[in-house]
Design a binder for this molecule. Structure first.
Ligand SMILES: [Zn+2]
Length: 322
């Protein structure tokens, strides 16, 4: 049963992904707002419609949509809503919401180029790129307006956007100072540490983002905010009293994992892909994109600490202990 908790209602929608259900939130304000949409599947639409029904609402009652980030389980179902329903989010959502041929090409070139630099096995390189027909879980939309750090959310007085880049280059969270509520998308989850996913540079020819370093800085940000409850994109809420411990725990786990990666470089320099194979011996073949993102995150972290250094040989970056 879906219930209002004050002016917020949480709906868990099914996804075809390993992560399971995604949480979207209906928030009452000057405009009836849906935070995130779920995926674009018939099943998700049924569950969303049913859940809104339990709140006495219809899909068509939603007056605006605000996105935490562009991933298909969060932004995929924009097509369920009339084109007149405005959509807001970080400006970095846009390239993923209307995927131009140009972006698709830039994206694929970036990943093929990096596959070479990271030493990815030839037969796996194509698993890193996207094809037009794969984008079926996404919707074509233009954002009505962009939200950046500190912006008040349109139609929701008292709520502000907090940039929480890392898991995605478009990721923002929403905070209401008056009662300390935080709607955090995939930034802070009770049970899962989100993958710092690799994305192409935001400006053509620019440096690639270092998503794990961004993510850690964004997590640090939450430590400086008085939070009563975190409403997450997957799983249960995180109580405000537990936020600091959970973040500390995430930092320690990640640091230990990085040190495990460093120890792999003891004997000889390795490419990111060779580290990835050791770190994820069972799953790297099925999930090369996810496991490589996670590996590169750890290598970026170690490099940032000065623990390791790089050297390029025949176009492949080799990591060794500094
Ligand atoms: Zn996500």
């Amino acid at each position: 049963m879906v219930n209002w908790n004050g002016d917020i209602a949480k709906l868990a929608l099914p996804t075809p992904f390993a992560v399971g259900d995604v949480n979207v939130y209906v928030v009452k304000g000057d405009a009836l707002t849906l935070i995130d949409t779920g995926v674009k599947t018939k099943q998700s639409k049924e569950v969303l419609t049913y859940g809104l029904g339990e709140l006495g609402l219809k899909l068509s009652d939603i007056e605006q949509i605000i996105l935490t980030h562009h991933h298909p389980d969060h932004a995929g179902a924009l097509d369920f809503f009339d084109k007149e329903v405005p959509v807001y989010g970080h400006k970095n959502n846009q390239r993923w919401l209307t995927i131009s041929d140009e972006f698709l090409e830039t994206h694929n070139r970036f990943f093929l180029d990096y596959a070479t630099k990271f030493g990815v096995a030839e037969e796996l390189k194509n698993n890193l790129i996207h094809y037009r027909d794969e984008i079926k879980f996404l919707s074509e939309r233009k954002l009505q307006g962009f939200l950046a750090e500190g912006d008040e959310l349109p139609g929701l007085p008292g709520w502000r956007a907090i940039e929480t880049l890392g898991h995605a280059q478009s990721h923002i969270s929403f905070y209401r100072e008056s009662d300390g509520l935080m709607i955090a998308g995939d930034h802070l989850l009770a049970k899962i540490s989100p993958n710092p996913l690799m994305e192409p540079p935001l400006l053509p020819g620019g440096d690639r983002p270092r998503p794990l370093l961004q993510y850690n800085a964004s997590l640090q940000k939450f430590l400086g905010i008085s939070i009563s409850t975190v409403y997450s994109g997957h799983g249960s809420e995180v109580d405000g009293d537990a936020v600091a411990d959970l973040i500390q725990y995430r930092f320690e786990r990640q640091h230990n994992r990085a040190m495990q990666v460093k120890s792999m470089l003891q004997d000889k320099p390795l490419s990111a892909f060779e580290v990835c194979q050791q770190l994820f011996p069972k799953v790297y073949l099925q999930e090369v994109g996810l496991t490589l993102s996670e590996t590169i995150g750890q290598l970026d972290y170690l490099e940032d600490l000065g623990e390791i250094e790089t050297e390029t040989q025949s176009g492949v970056i080799l990591y060794s202990i500094a």
